[in-house]
Write a protein that binds this ligand. Structure first.
Ligand code: AMP
Length: 510
């Protein structure tokens, strides 16, 4: 089985349905799109000498080319490695090196950053150059045979050790995810579309497949990203619209000046997830946009596919436990088993909080070239999500907390350890601990608690410059708090829970 067959099927059955739009304009139909994809696939093998299973990286903002390159990679039996466009060149370098990608497609704005990466054997192609169009116009390739376990997408998440890990998502994982959308999340008709306002390298990219399976259209905003005014504008033009949005995006959308006046009748569904959604925000969103919200809970290791809550459940206001349900992440998806495990993975009783464990055909094969982390995360045949949750008697899961230290700011995951390692490079920094503090717009903001090594100390500006040199902008602390010492337990470990308490107290007293 090969995911590229979904596009082939759409091209055969509905060649004249629109497949891609850019901004307001419909760009290509399924017939033409598939011809370009089959030509690109041939060139990947003939012009670049790639072989079955080789990795092709995509360091691009959202664009129509993103969509065709994903399918071209699959069509040729290759593994796609989408990379978040917001990462720092050093992070690109790590992912490109670790995945051993032989070819990287870049958009103009990222071309310079990727070109500065000195990796032997890595070739780059800018999708905005005329060269790209030449690659997309040639003889077609027959779709490669792929085993269900062949890796289709190397999904790089940030690891808790600070290094990103590549979750190996197979053709079977992603096909099961695709079917799960229809069973557990929403319906899609052929005249519908998906708007990619979130990065196609992560959250939004997972919505490409169900829409191709339903022979519906991909809409790529001209800005290549999220802009509330642009979203409302595109809603006027493209009917039957589904959008994936992190909770921060939903909040920004409903706070936009256009929210109450714009015609959003073409908006069919907003699927939110990727971070906690506060009930008050959810209610406001439903009040402004109508009963159009659905929720998913997933992670890179089982994308989009742990639990879900349909629009119908969001609308079920007469249910006796409506409020609790709104605060939950819904019920286990049909394709997976979800349970809450204790210290030894034993299943906990209803209402008892523990780690969320997942088993099923959507769970990754493991982490790329990291057998130790794979064995640990998948021990006993269950995906250990690192999320703490509790299940109610009706099977609704509520997440109590995330894996203790993860910070989610503006829908992006930030691992404190990674930021701490950078700050500790400064010779005047003795100790540091990075935590997330609640923030009304971003969900959380990054705060660094710093203990100076020397009496002459260090300034926030110096630390900020250091971060800008090494990690993506969105990961750097928004505030620095200089302290004499960090709270620690008897083993000398920093107590982040205590630090968060101190932070909350300081804020309340401020
Ligand atoms: P990522 O691997 O980047 O997709 O991040 C996955 C993490 O985001 C999960 O392990 C959860 O901690 C969090 N997450 C995802 N979906 C939800 C949701 N619907 N509600 C709360 N947290 C979520």
């Amino acid at each position: 089985m090969n995911l590229a067959r979904l596009l082939r099927r759409a091209a055969q059955v509905a060649p004249d349905n629109w497949a891609v739009a850019h901004g307001h304009d419909n760009l290509r139909r399924f017939g033409e799109t598939e011809a370009r994809v089959a030509a690109l696939a041939r060139r990947l093998l003939t012009d670049f000498g790639l072989r079955h299973g080789d990795r092709v990286a995509l360091a691009m903002r959202n664009s129509p080319q993103y969509f065709e390159l994903l399918f071209a990679a699959w069509h040729a039996g290759l593994t796609a490695v989408p990379i978040n466009a917001k990462l720092h060149p050093k992070e690109f370098e790590y992912i490109l090196g670790h995945s051993e990608a032989k070819l990287c497609f870049v958009s103009t704005d990222l071309a310079e950053g990727v070109a500065s990466v000195a990796l032997p054997g890595l070739r780059t192609v800018c999708v905005d150059d005329p060269e790209y169009e030449r690659l997309a116009a040639g003889e077609p390739l027959t779709i490669a045979d792929c085993a269900p376990d062949d890796v289709a997408w190397l999904f790089y998440t940030s690891g808790t050790t600070g290094r990103p890990k590549g979750a190996m998502l197979t053709h079977c994982n992603l096909l099961t995810m695709t079917m799960g959308f229809f069973t557990d999340v929403d319906s899609i008709d052929a005249g519908d579309c998906v708007l990619h306002a979130a990065p196609m390298s992560h959250g939004s990219g997972q919505y490409i497949l169900p829409h191709v399976a339903a022979m519906a259209k991909q809409v790529i905003p001209a800005s290549g990203g999220f802009d509330a005014a642009e979203m409302f504008d595109l809603m006027r033009v493209h009917p039957g619209m589904c959008v994936f949005a992190a909770p921060t995006m939903v909040r920004r959308l409903i706070e936009s000046p256009m929210a109450r006046s714009a015609d959003s009748s073409n908006l069919k569904t907003i699927v939110y997830g990727g971070g906690p959604m506060y009930v008050a925000d959810l209610k406001r969103a439903m009040e402004v946009l109508g009963p159009k919200l659905a929720q998913i809970y997933g992670q890179g290791e089982s994308p989009m596919t742990i639990t879900a809550m349909t629009k119908a459940r969001h609308r079920d206001i007469t249910h006796s436990r409506y409020e609790q349900r709104l605060a939950s992440v819904g019920v286990a998806q049909a394709a997976v088993e979800v349970r809450v495990g204790g210290n030894d993975d034993e299943t906990l009783a209803v209402g008892e909080p523990g780690e969320v464990l997942v088993r099923g055909a959507t769970v990754m094969r493991g982490y790329w070239r990291d057998p130790e982390a794979s064995a640990k995360t998948l021990r006993g045949g269950w995906l250990h999500t690192g999320d703490v949750g509790a299940m109610d008697a009706d099977g609704f899961l509520t997440l109590m907390d995330r894996s203790k230290d993860l910070i989610i700011s503006g829908g992006s995951n930030i691992y404190p350890r990674e930021v701490e390692e950078v700050l500790l490079r400064h010779p005047a920094v003795g100790e540091v601990s990075v935590i997330g503090a609640p923030h009304p717009d971003w969900g959380e903001e990054v705060v660094a608690y710093v203990v100076g090594r020397t009496a002459d100390g260090v300034t926030a500006a110096e630390l900020d410059a250091l971060c800008l040199d090494h990690i993506a902008r969105f990961k750097r602390p928004k505030r620095y708090v200089f302290v004499e010492a960090l709270p620690k337990n008897n083993y000398g470990k920093v107590l982040k829970t205590e630090l968060r308490r101190i932070e909350a107290k300081n804020k309340a007293g401020a």
